[in-house]
Design a protein around this ligand. Sequence first.
Ligand code: FAD
Ligand code: NAP
Length: 312
Amino acid sequence: MLDCAIIGGGPAGLTAGLYASRGGLKDVVLFERGMPGGQITQSSEIENYPGFYAHGKTGMDFMDTWQEQCFAFGLKHSMEEITSVRKEGEHFVLEIAGKEPQLAKTVIVATGSTPRRAGIKGEDELFGKGVSTCATCDGFFYKNKEVAVLGGGDTALEEAHYLSNICSKVYVIHRRDSFRASPSTVDRVMRTPNIELLTDTTVEEIKGDAMGVIGVTIKDKEGNLKELEVPGIFVFVGQNVNNSIIKNKDDSFICDTNKQGQVIVDLSMRTSLEGLYAAGDLRIEAPKQVVCAAGDGATAALQVISYIQEQA
Ligand code: FAD
Ligand code: NAP
């Protein structure tokens, strides 16, 4: 039986792993379905993590040393996807596809969030064929071409700026006339000559053929329709929390959540179910920042250490 199972290897899970293993817990395993690093590895640049200020460094560069540091203190990584977590008596049962379930005394869920779809006609059919949610991954396919970016948050504007270095022109399409993104990012985008901001504008349809996207139909606030002939559109319209593993068969949750399915925690990252902790983007009121996710992970691990000591 594990002392602690950590699910998710983003900033929250990795930091929880570092604190739990360095804090003396013997059997701690990080379950991460892919390579550890989390969604920040998709970011083209990170410049707001204190103590790390290296112009032009990608999220991948940034996360490179995190796992090495954790594993140096004894954290084990199991590259598995957890399909569900439930509590049976005093311990937790973690179901793993095609494998024996894993038992654990405590669980830290740090499964983060994933990009939301905008629900536009053509978006699902053309996903991966010109519709993308990752500029770092797919931007290069549009070198010296025009592309569209949908959204008005930090992700949309930062990634539009990244794309402006690769593409000949970037249209940022946003449904309102003011942006959710931080003022400094908005300012930077406004100063970039090959970015055109199309505000009060929506995307009505993404059009394509057998080869992929050929253009998007946009609508301005007067209702005028226009075609933008772009071979790619990047959709950055927010995130959904990855909470499916803490759902019961009847779709209720094993612990308290809010209406958006974000896990309700106290300041110690404790959930309503004893022994279960949540950290990072998955929790209520998450600022959705790497530094905050890391802080949550550390807090949760310190609580787990106290809890295990009390139980002994
Ligand atoms: P995540 O990073 O989402 O990690 C969750 C991990 O859990 C993933 O690796 C996933 O594979 C794994 N997982 C999920 N379900 C399972 C399962 N069932 N079994 C096993 N593993 C599972 N923040 C900043 O502070 N600064 C920035 O500049 C910045 N830029 C960003 C740019 C982009 C493009 C994006 C998308 C986000 C950005 N953010 C930024 C936000 C930041 O990345 C997140 O707030 C942070 O990564 C959240 O960390 P997390 O550990 O909670 O979750
Ligand atoms: P977000 O802040 O929720 O912004 C989503 C954007 O998409 C909003 O502008 C929203 O418009 C728009 N939108 C939502 N649904 C839409 C739809 N169906 N059609 C068209 N537009 C739609 O999401 P995010 O930019 O991914 O950021 C998520 C979190 O991560 C935020 O807390 C953000 O601050 C954080 N983050 C931080 C950094 C950083 O610190 N550097 C970088 C990236 C992300 P409205 O504005 O009209 O609602």
